[in-house]
Design a protein around this ligand. Structure first.
Ligand code: ZN
Ligand code: ZN
Length: 421
C-alpha cells in the first residue's frame, strides 16, 4: 500500500457512519426545537481571524493551527475552532438585519483542524456540533444553551454528565484578579512546570487549568476568579445559576474551568462524562461578550458551546449503546438466466423508484453464489426471478433472517416490501 492517511486522522467507514448520522440527526432535531438555525462556514478562513478572535498566546494559535499560504500569498488557516467563523459570517452577512438587538441563534456541525498530540478520541481533524447565540446578555440564554446541550446528550443516552460551571469575569474585573493570582503563585513559580512558567507572563489564567499535579497543588489554595467578580459579572453569574436551577439542571462550581481561548467572558462551562477516562470533557463553551467587537463589529454579547462528536460517540460506545451488528437491510434481486437478468435490472429500478432499497449482484453468477452473497452482505430479503416467475408475473420473496419464502405477484411487491405483513 503506497499511501496512508496522515497521522492523527481517521476514516469514518460505512459500518460506523450510521452512528454519526444518527447523532447528527438528533442534534439537528434538538436545535429545531430550540429554534437554532444551521450555518455552514468554509473549511478555511483568513489566518488573522483566528489570531484576533482566539488570541495570540493561546495553545490553538501558537502551536495547533494548520496555516498555509495560497497561490496569491494569502495566509489561510483550516477551521481551528467554530465560533470565530460563525461570528465572521454573522457580521459579513449582517444576520441580525434591521432588528439591531435581535438574538441570532446558529448551530453548526463540521470539522475542526488542530495539530494536537493524537490520543483516544482526539484527532487532528475532529468534528464538532456547536451553538452560537449572538445578541443577548441575558443569563437565560446561557442556561438555554446548556439545556440544549444536555437534551442532546440525553437523547443519545448519555445521562451521566457533570456540568462544571465557572465565571471568568470581564475586562473590568479580570486584570485585578490576574494580579492577585500572580501574587499568590509568584514565590512558588520555580516549582511549577515549564508551561506554567511561560503562562505566568503570557496567559496567567491558564495556570489554573494545568493538569500537572504539582502545579495543581500550588494553585489549590489560591483566590479564585469568583471571589473577584465585579458587580455586573457577579449578578450575571447568579442569573445563570438561577436559570439552571429553574430548568432542573445540576451544576458543579469549578474555578479551574478557564477554557483555552481568550475571548471568553463571564460564564465558562464544560461537560464531563463518565466512561472514557481522565480526558473526559465532551464539550464546553461560554460567553464571549467582547468577541463581535474584536472581530470588527458593533459591541454585541454572545454565548456558545462546542461539543466533540468523536468523544460523544466514544462515550456511547463505553456505555454499550452502540449496536454491535447492524440489522439486515435491503433486497437483493437474484436472477436466473439472461431474460431474468434483464427483467431484474428493470425490477431493481422499479423498486428504487418506489423508495425501496434494492440491488443486484453485478457479477451475474450462479444462483447459489448470488444467494450466498445476499446472506453475507447483510441483505434482509432475496427476490428471486427466473423464467417461470417472469411468465407467471410473480417473484419468490425470501426472508433471509427467518428463512421462509413466499410467492408474491410482482405488481404487489413494492407495497409488500413497504409494509411486510
Ligand atoms: Zn466583571
Ligand atoms: Zn503547570
Amino acid at each position: 500500500m503506497k499511501y496512508k492517511r496522515p497521522r492523527g486522522l481517521q476514516d469514518i467507514l460505512p459500518e460506523q457512519v450510521g452512528e454519526w448520522q444518527s447523532a447528527e440527526a438528533t442534534f439537528r432535531e434538538i436545535c429545531r426545537r430550540y429554534r437554532f438555525e444551521e450555518i455552514r462556514t468554509p473549511v478555511f478562513e483568513q489566518t488573522e481571524l483566528f489570531i484576533r478572535a482566539v488570541g495570540e498566546e493561546t495553545d490553538i494559535v501558537s502551536k495547533e493551527m494548520y496555516t498555509f499560504e495560497d497561490r496569491s500569498r494569502h495566509s489561510l488557516t483550516l477551521r481551528a475552532e467554530g465560533t470565530a467563523p460563525a461570528i465572521r459570517a454573522y457580521l459579513e452577512n449582517n444576520l441580525r438585519g434591521q432588528d439591531r438587538d435581535r438574538l441570532v441563534k446558529l448551530y453548526y456541525i463540521g470539522p475542526i483542524f488542530r495539530y494536537d498530540r493524537p490520543q483516544a478520541g482526539r484527532y487532528r481533524q475532529h468534528h464538532q456540533c456547536g451553538l452560537e447565540a449572538i445578541g443577548s446578555a441575558n443569563p437565560a440564554v446561557d442556561a438555554e444553551i446548556v439545556g440544549l446541550a444536555m437534551a442532546f446528550l440525553a437523547a443519545l443516552g448519555i445521562e451521566d454528565v457533570t456540568l462544571k460551571l465557572n465565571s471568568v469575569g470581564c475586562p473590568e474585573c479580570v486584570p485585578g484578579y490576574i494580579e492577585t493570582l500572580k501574587n499568590a503563585v509568584r514565590d512558588r513559580l520555580p516549582e511549577m512546570c515549564a508551561d506554567c512558567q511561560r503562562r505566568f507572563d503570557t496567559n496567567p489564567l491558564r495556570i489554573l487549568d494545568c493538569k500537572v499535579e504539582g502545579c495543581k497543588a500550588i494553585t489549590d489554595g489560591a483566590p479564585t476568579m469568583l471571589d473577584a467578580l465585579c458587580e455586573d459579572c457577579a449578578t450575571h453569574f447568579e442569573g445563570v445559576k438561577g436559570h439552571l436551577e429553574q430548568l432542573g439542571i445540576a451544576y458543579e462550581i469549578d474555578p479551574r474551568i478557564v477554557r483555552g481561548l481568550d475571548y471568553y467572558t463571564k460564564t465558562a462551562f464544560e461537560f464531563v462524562a463518565e466512561g472514557i477516562g481522565a480526558q473526559s470533557s465532551i464539550g464546553g463553551g461560554g460567553r464571549y461578550d467582547g468577541l463581535v467587537e474584536s472581530c470588527g463589529g458593533p459591541s454585541t454579547p454572545g454565548v456558545g458551546i462546542g461539543m466533540g462528536l468523536e468523544r460523544i460517540l466514544l462515550v456511547r460506545e463505553a456505555l454499550g449503546l452502540v449496536a454491535e451488528d447492524r440489522p439486515r437491510h435491503g433486497n437483493l434481486v437474484i436472477t436466473l438466466g439472461d431474460d431474468a437478468w434483464n427483467e431484474g435490472v428493470k425490477l431493481v429500478a422499479e423498486l428504487r423508484a418506489a423508495g425501496i432499497e434494492a440491488d443486484l449482484d453485478y457479477r451475474q453468477r450462479s444462483m447459489r453464489s448470488q444467494m450466498k452473497y445476499a446472506n453475507n452482505a447483510g441483505f434482509a430479503n432475496a427476490i428471486i426471478l427466473g423464467d417461470d416467475e417472469i411468465v407467471k408475473g410473480v417473484v419468490a420473496l425470501r426472508d433471509l433472517e427467518a428463512g421462509d419464502q413466499v410467492e408474491v405477484p410482482r405488481a404487489e411487491l413494492a407495497e409488500r416490501l413497504h409494509c411486510p405483513e
